[in-house]
Write a protein that binds this ligand. Structure first.
Ligand SMILES: O=c1ccn([C@H]2C[C@H](O)[C@@H](COP(=O)(O)OP(=O)(O)OP(=O)(O)O)O2)c(=O)[nH]1
Ligand SMILES: [Mg+2]
Length: 166
């Protein structure tokens, strides 16, 4: 799969002059853990594999913390978001409680995935199942400046649906 992807990548580069902008991230993998991977050339997210040694059952409305066996050194100025997979969400009601989860650039612990079963039936996560995806994002830092007045706009303080439905 990895070789195929590289091949496809090069082909795409040659054909369309598309260059993937890759950011190097140093990773520590626990023994036996699987490195997250992009499944297609255009995937925004790298799929994350459950690092468990036996099936993990999630009852309806139960929350579980699923290990990944992955530690990362995310460059300053970036974060990693942990997002659900739509297939698991649609077919089984499986999602992430804190979606999108935030992995800070200074976090050095093992990344874990907080899953919840919103379906009606128990679901078994199997070892190495793909349970979510990592998205690398640039983040700017805000510098908060306290003032007494904000610039006026048409919307003003209207929010929470005040523009109506259609
Ligand atoms: O789904 C997640 C979310 C977070 N984390 C790790 C990485 C992240 O950098 C750290 C803290 O996450 P967050 O800031 O969302 O949680 P918190 O409750 O504010 O904890 P803390 O006080 O440690 O920041 O926990 C995960 O492994 N998985
Ligand atoms: Mg925090």
């Amino acid at each position: 799969m990895a070789e195929k992807l590289v091949e496809e990548n090069n082909k795409e580069d040659n054909n369309n002059n598309i260059k993937n902008n890759e950011i190097n991230i140093r990773v520590i993998l626990e023994e036996g853990a699987k490195l997250p991977e992009y499944k297609t050339i255009g995937s925004a997210g790298m799929d994350i594999f459950a690092f468990i040694n036996k099936d993990l059952e999630i009852a309806p409305l139960e929350r579980v913390l699923v290990p990944t066996g992955v530690k990362m050194e995310i460059p300053v100025g970036y974060e990693v978001q942990v997002r659900p997979r739509s297939g698991l969400a649609l077919k089984h009601g499986l999602t992430l409680v804190n979606s999108p989860g935030t992995i800070d650039s200074d976090y050095r612990g093992e990344i874990k995935i907080i899953m919840i079963n919103l379906g009606k039936e128990s679901y078994n996560i199997k070892p190495y199942d793909r349970i979510g995806q990592f998205i690398l994002k640039k983040v700017d830092k805000a510098k908060l400046e306290v003032v007494s007045e904000l610039e006026n706009t048409l919307r003003g303080e209207g929010g929470f649906g005040h523009t109506g439905k259609n």
